[in-house]
Ligand binder design. Sequence first.
Ligand SMILES: [Zn+2]
Length: 365
Amino acid sequence: MLNKIAPPHLAESWDNAGLQVGDPGQEVSGVMVALEATEHTVESALASSCNLLVTHHPLIFKPLASISAATPQGRLIKRAFSAGLNIFSIHTSYDIAGDGLNDVLAAALGLQQLRALKPVSTQELVKLVVFVPADHLEPLRQALVPWTVQQGAYCGCSFAASGEGTFTPLEGARPFIGSIGMAERVAEQRLELLLDRSNLSRAIKALMATHPYQEPAFDIYPLLNQGRIHSLGRIGTLASPMRLAEFSAMTARTLSTQTLRYVGDPCRILRTVAICSGSGASLLRDSLRAGVDALVTGDVKYHEAREAEEQGIALVDAGHFATEIIMTDAVAGRLRQMLDLAGHTACGVEVCRMERDPFHLIPPT
Ligand SMILES: [Zn+2]
C-alpha cells in the first residue's frame, strides 16, 4: 500500500526511502504517521501500540559504519528493533508521486490546473489483455483492478467483451476444461486493463494466482499513450490573482507557521505559483524558465533570496517543516481508505501530533 502511495521507482537516486528498520514478515497491527523518526515519534507510536511508524524523512540516510546506542540514531534503531517497531520512509518517492506531497501542498494553497515544475520521468503505460472463461471473469477482474492506473478522476477502469476461445489439450496437460486430444470451444471474455509498467510483474503474479487455466492466455502491449509526467514540484494557477503580501499571509495561515518569510514587492500581483515542499530553492531557475510569478518552498538561503530579488521572481520561504508536516494527515487518510477497501479494518492508522518545527521565534517585544 505504501508502495502505491509512494512508488519506489520514483525515488531520487541519492535517497534511501523504504523500510529503514524492521521485519518485512511481521504482521502490522497499528500504524502511526509522522514527518520523521525521533525519540518523541518512536515513543508515541509505541505508546499507541503501533508497530509501524511511517515517516517522510528516512531514519537512515547515509550508509552506517556502526549502530551504537551512544548516538541518537543508534538509540532509535536499538529501541525500534527491541520493541518490534518497524520504520518505513516514503521521502522523495512521495514528493514526486501523483497525489503525493506536492499535490497535497498545491491543494492546500488553492492552486489549480496543476502542471509539472521539473519533470523527472514519464509514466510508461502497458495494456494487459487476458482471456478467461466467462464465469471466472469477476474474480480475475477483482484481482487485477488494484494494479490499474487511475485515469483522471476514475479508478478501477477495465473493459470486457465476449468471444470464443479454442484449444486442444495435449498429452501431459491437466486441463481445467476439456480432455486430452479433444478440440475444445469455450465461451471466454477478453479482459483489458491499463497498467503502469512498474506494476506489470505484480499484476501478472495476481493473474497467475487467480486464473483457472493451467496456461492462461494473455498479451502485454506497450503503448504510445502519454502517461503521467512525474515531476519535482508543481506549477498552478491561483483561483483569483493575489498580492504577494496577501498570498504569503494566507500561506502562513494555511500551513500554521509563524516563520514564513518572503522576497519581492509586497504589492506584486501573483497569478501562477510554483511550489516544492521541503528544500526547493534549487528550482528557482526552473520556476523562472516557466515564467511563474512566485516559488513557494522552504530552506531558502540568503544568496538564493538575493538571486530571486534580482531576477524579479517572488520567493516564499514557508519553512521545511511547515511545507512537509501536512503529509501526515494526507498519508494517514490514504492508508485508512486502502486498509478499509482491503477489509483490514482492525489495523488503525494514527497521526503523530507531537512534532514541532525545531525553530523557535523570539516573540515581538
Ligand atoms: Zn524534507
